[in-house]
Design a protein around this ligand. Structure first.
Ligand code: 5GP
Ligand code: MN
Length: 336
């Protein structure tokens, strides 16, 4: 393991660096990656952001977005960049299974892996770690890393502040989840002082729906929501046909699961979507229901207690039935 001083020392000389994050990156994953990218580039390093897959259109405006390389679009060139990188910053994930197509390249890479993350149970692939599962977002930890650990607060430009603010805002559901501590608000306030335009970021992320996406939301609320009062659980199950009917693309189902949780008395919400590759589950809970435990045990996934995800290779009706069959074991926790 590297000490912070050793890492700081290494980064005083120009290095070849790759920055990466998890499959289907969200606002925290991309915001954190681009913040680190801008910070390292300004210090004179050669930096490439390589992500495993495409990402939501509502993140297309992020500063530095056009420099992002999607791994599968030029695998050979990206493999070469990963192989020759002296440092690889791994942001918002802590198990190499989360980077899907890039897993093998990262496993074989000889560069020093710097992990900054807030998910439970790190796998241990890293050589430097800034990890705190209580942090609201990886972007919060990136802020702490740059400002306090690397002692470089003055290097936070308006671009970096914008990327970090986006990560914190999206992972806290606009500063409303339980993870939103006074410290999170203090960091957000500092980022605004440093040039993040909070209202503009909110507009870009939340008020950029396509007409189809809004109609899809209405369709799901009306036709695809099932409320299991007995278990204080509400779920959406969405078929492949539903997705194609509304031309749904990556990111368009983001936030849908929260509507199920907005019904009074609900403790658990699920979104089960039949994507081309796999059936994807997203779970959200309030209180003690362990979404991460259920996703890990039954759906090959993980995450946090109140927000987790997983996937399955079974057909959609089977996955929905499997999810429902788990509920009786948690009845006390869900209803007491
Ligand atoms: P979402 O439901 O929005 O995809 O993800 C919610 C949380 O669960 C995120 O913190 C995410 O990192 C985690 N998560 C989602 N899908 C997976 C998965 O397939 N495996 C693991 N380990 N975590 C996941
Ligand atoms: Mn995150």
């Amino acid at each position: 393991m590297f000490t912070p001083e050793a890492l700081k020392g290494e980064l005083t000389e120009p290095k070849q660096i790759v920055v990466t994050t998890h499959h289907k990156p969200d606002g925290d994953a991309l915001g954190s990656s681009l913040a680190v990218y801008h910070w390292l580039k300004a210090k004179g390093h050669t930096v490439h952001v390589i992500v495993p897959s495409d990402f939501p259109a509502f993140l297309n405006w992020l500063p530095g977005r056009s420099d992002i390389r999607i791994y599968t679009e030029d695998k050979a060139a990206n493999d070469a960049l990963i192989a020759k990188a002296q440092f690889i910053f791994c942001l918002d994930f802590n198990g190499l299974g989360r980077i899907h197509a890039m897993e093998e390249a990262l496993r074989n890479a000889e560069g020093t892996k710097v992990m900054i993350d807030h998910h439970l149970d790190p796998e241990g692939f890293d050589s430097y770690r800034h990890w705190d599962s209580e942090a609201a977002a990886t972007a919060q930890l990136v802020y702490d890393f740059i400002a306090n650990i690397m002692d470089d607060h003055q290097a936070i430009t308006p671009e970096i502040a914008t990327c970090l603010y986006t990560g914190i805002m999206t992972d806290t559901g606009s500063f409303r989840f339980q993870t939103t501590t006074p410290l999170v608000h203090r960091i957000a306030a500092d980022l605004i002082t440093l040039g993040a335009k909070n209202w503009e970021i909110h507009e870009q992320v939340y008020n950029s729906f396509s007409e189809n996406r809004l109609k899809f939301l209405g369709f799901c609320l009306l036709n695809r929501l099932e409320v299991l009062h007995e278990y204080r659980t509400a779920l959406f199950s969405i078929s492949r046909h539903d997705l194609s009917r509304f031309q749904i693309t990556t990111g368009d189902t983001e936030g849908l699961v929260n509507y199920a949780l907005s019904i009074s008395g609900m403790r658990l919400a699920a979104l089960i979507v039949d994507r081309t590759e796999q059936v994807k589950l997203s779970l959200r809970s309030v209180g003690n229901f362990p979404c991460n435990e259920v996703c890990k045990k039954h759906f090959n996934g993980g995450g946090h207690r109140n927000a987790a995800g997983g996937n399955s290779n079974e057909p959609l009706p089977k996955v929905v039935a499997a999810f429902k069959s788990i509920l009786p074991a948690y009845k006390v926790l869900l209803t007491q």
